[in-house]
Structures are given as structure tokens and as C-alpha cells.
Design a protein around this ligand. Structure first.
Ligand SMILES: Cc1cc2nc3c(=O)[nH]c(=O)nc-3n(C[C@H](O)[C@H](O)[C@H](O)COP(=O)(O)OP(=O)(O)OC[C@H]3O[C@@H](n4cnc5c(N)ncnc54)[C@H](O)[C@@H]3O)c2cc1C
Length: 369
């Protein structure tokens, strides 16, 4: 089977590793010419860590990540603690894997190291693909073309594979932008529970500040949202103005404001909503991760669901070949990812405590294929 993975992000590289574990080779086509230290946080909940561990990256992740002690909810204005769920060792005991919070670049470095250079073609952007009688034809931006038996669109929020299968999409802007910053922890070390995941909840569902440790606790991640009337670009790498977000949170509790005060630079991304897709693929083509089910960040499952997809897809391809394995994978993943996509939009997840088992206890390696 000639397998082409489009996109060498979190889902694409995890898929390459999972396929290799199942005895299948693949080529990853990534549009960026080099892997750099971009992005900010990734929250690897126990379901994601359990899926990654058999792929040989567990040690590298644990060496760089942090392990928040508790997951805390606080009232954004009074600071009152409204829920406090044990994480760290308690999560590991309950789910068989810890929660790891990590800089996206450290996760990517671990995946890149395990995949190896020979599997990835950098600077190779896909323009489009079409099903043919014998497989799929891939057209690249450099004018080249290739044939493959299986094409997996792991090419993120602006997926060229999704466009080829389903046509252009028109996601709806939520009227909200998200800011992400990473600061040295020594600047905020006096704040209570700085080694925990804390969410300060505001007056409506998209007003909040979230913080958690990264980089063995040496860095602290800060996330906040702000209302905007219009926005034109959906991106992970656009610099934002920290003054704007500080002004929006002037009435928040001092512990939350201190987090924004500590930030020098922030990235800004507009939040768009999309309805769950009913079709993910046709013939030898399918989608994975954000290309299939881009999510609002409020359940912290963007990376986790891409990683689960990768493991379930690799196991189905190995067991059933193409196209049967692709359709079985889609059937297995559609409902769970749709439930999380819709839940993330509602932004009520663990506000007053509650049971996280249906998300965290999922085991992509034992789901029946
Ligand atoms: C640069 C960057 C920074 C990010 N920072 C954060 C962050 O700080 N916090 C957070 O929660 N999430 C972040 N994300 C998103 C997060 O990685 C995803 O939401 C999630 O992990 C799902 O992974 P994915 O593999 O589906 O998508 P992604 O991890 O986004 O990977 C998609 C990959 O496809 C590549 N690609 C896109 N189009 C093409 C094409 N036409 N041909 C070939 N390759 C293509 C992209 O360059 C990218 O490497 C970031 C994504 C990117 C690309």
C-alpha cells in the first residue's frame, strides 16, 4: 500500500508512527520548509498520553512536560474556587496514563525524532487530489504529481484534502478571539496553585482566563479570549496585542489579571465554529484531526482527538486494507469526535466538577476494529 499523509503536524506524525508499529510504511508531505519552535501549549489529557505511549515518545514527552496537580475552576471576578479535581498521580491511577501539559514545539520535537527525516518531505505543499481508477492522484504546489493508494488529510484547519473531497467550506466566526502566551514561571511564582490547571470563568461562555504549567514547570501558559466584531484570518501564528486583552479583563480577580500582566508577547487566533462532518472521505481518501473535526479549545481535545484518530486509523488500515479500513475508521471516530466538537462549543466542561471518564478513559489501542 502506497500511503501518503498530507500534513506533518501532530496528527500526521502520530499516524506515521502508528502505521509503522502496525507494519505499514507511509510518506508525510509537509508544506513548511523547516520544523521550528512555533505555537504555545498542548494539553495532553490521559487519553492522548495512553495513545502516544506505545509509539516510543513517552520518555521524551515526560522529560519536557509538566504534570498539573489539580484541575481548578475559579469564579473570574471573586476568585472563589468552585471545583478542584485531582490530576497528576490521581489521573494516572484512574486512567492508566497521566495528563501532560507541554509546549507544542516539545511535542513536535519528540514526534519528529521518532519518525525520522527519511519519512517526511518538508516544503511539499499539496494543492489538491483526485480519486482515479487505480488510487489517488496528488498535485503539489511545486508542479509535481504522484499516485498513492491511500491519502490521509492531516493538513489541519485549512485542509486541501478536505477541500478536494467536500469543496470549499465557510466556517462561522464566533465573535471571539483567543490569546496564548508563555511566560517564565518565576514571574508568577507567588500566585496560588501555579503548578495546577486553573480556569477563571467569566460572565458568558467565552469570557475566561486559563493557566497551566509547561516545560517541567519552568514556563507557564496563559490563555484568554476576547470579543471582536469581525475577523478575516484563521491562523495559529499571528502575533496579538497584549494591551487589548488586559483591557478586556480589567474587572477580573487580581490573580487572573496578574497572569496577563506577566505576558510580553501573545499569539492571537480567531475562533470559528464548524458543524460536525457526516462524510470524511471517499475511495482511498480520508481525513484526520483538525481537517476532519476542528474544535473550539474549551475541552482541550484538539491534539488528543487527532492522536486518537491516528491510532484507530492505523489499526483499521492494517486490519482491513483500503478502502474498507478507511470507512471503518470513519465509522468508529465520527460520533465521538462530533460529541467533543459540540461539547467544546458549549464550554461547560468540568465547570462545576463532573465526570471526565468518557473523554479521558478512551483507549485507542483497544477499541474494537
Ligand atoms: C504552527 C502551529 C501552531 C499551533 N499552535 C497551537 C497552540 O499553541 N495550541 C493549540 O492548542 N493548538 C495549536 N495548534 C493546533 C494543533 O496542533 C491542532 O489543533 C491539533 O493538534 C490537531 O492536529 P492536526 O495534526 O490535525 O493539525 P496541525 O497540528 O495543525 O497540523 C497540520 C499540518 O498540516 C500542514 N499543512 C497544512 N496544509 C498543508 C498542505 N496543503 N500540504 C502539506 N501540509 C500542509 C501544516 O503545516 C501542519 O504542519 C497549532 C498548529 C500549527 C500548525
Amino acid at each position: 500500500m502506497r500511503i501518503a499523509i498530507i500534513g506533518g503536524g501532530i496528527g500526521g506524525l502520530t499516524l506515521a508512527l502508528a502505521l509503522r508499529r502496525e507494519g505499514l510504511d507511509a510518506t508525510v508531505h509537509e508544506k513548511t520548509p523547516t520544523f521550528g519552535r512555533v505555537g504555545a501549549d498542548i494539553n495532553l489529557t490521559p487519553n492522548a498520553v495512553r495513545a502516544l505511549d506505545p509509539l516510543g515518545v513517552g520518555e521524551a514527552l515526560r522529560a519536557e512536560a509538566a504534570r498539573p496537580r489539580f484541575r481548578i475552576s475559579r469564579d473570574g471576578y471573586t476568585g472563589e474556587v468552585t471545583s478542584r479535581l485531582p490530576m497528576s498521580d490521581a489521573a494516572e491511577e484512574a486512567y492508566g496514563a497521566p495528563q501532560l501539559t507541554i509546549h507544542r514545539a516539545d511535542l513536535m520535537t519528540a514526534l519528529e525524532g521518532a519518525v525520522g527525516e527519511d519519512t517526511v518531505r518538508l516544503g511539499h505543499a499539496l494543492e489538491g487530489c483526485e480519486a482515479t481508477d487505480s488510487g489517488v492522484t496528488l498535485r503539489f504546489a511545486d508542479g509535481s504529481s504522484e499516485e498513492a493508494d491511500v491519502v490521509v488529510g492531516a493538513d489541519g484547519i485549512h485542509s486541501a484534502v478536505r477541500r478536494s473531497i467536500l469543496g470549499a467550506e465557510h466556517p462561522e466566526f464566533t465573535g471571539t478571539v483567543a490569546y496564548r502566551g508563555v511566560v517564565p514561571t518565576e514571574r508568577v511564582a507567588d500566585l496560588p496553585d501555579i503548578d495546577c490547571f486553573t480556569k477563571f470563568w467569566g460572565k458568558d461562555r467565552y469570557t475566561q482566563i486559563v493557566t497551566f504549567p509547561l516545560t517541567r514547570g519552568e514556563e507557564t501558559f496563559v490563555f484568554a479570549t476576547e470579543g471582536r466584531e469581525a475577523w478575516s484570518e484563521e491562523s495559529w501564528t499571528t502575533p496579538g496585542r497584549i494591551e487589548d486583552v488586559r483591557a478586556a479583563y480589567g474587572d477580573f480577580h487580581e490573580d487572573a489579571r496578574a497572569l496577563l500582566e506577566a505576558c510580553d508577547d501573545v499569539l492571537i487566533s480567531a475562533l470559528y465554529v464548524r458543524d460536525p462532518l457526516t462524510t470524511w472521505g471517499e475511495g482511498g481518501m480520508t481525513l484526520l484531526g483538525d481537517a476532519a473535526h476542528p474544535m473550539m479549545p474549551f475541552m482541550a481535545q484538539g491534539a488528543g482527538q487527532a492522536i486518537e484518530d491516528a491510532v484507530v486509523l492505523a489499526r483499521n488500515l492494517a486490519a482491513h486494507g483500503s478502502p474498507d479500513g478507511l470507512r471503518r475508521y470513519e465509522d468508529l471516530r465520527r460520533e465521538r469526535t462530533a460529541q467533543i466538537q459540540v461539547g467544546s462549543r458549549g464550554n461547560e466542561w468540568l465547570k462545576e466538577g463532573g465526570n471526565a471518564d468518557w473523554v479521558y478513559a478512551y483507549d485507542a489501542w483497544t477499541v474494537a476494529v
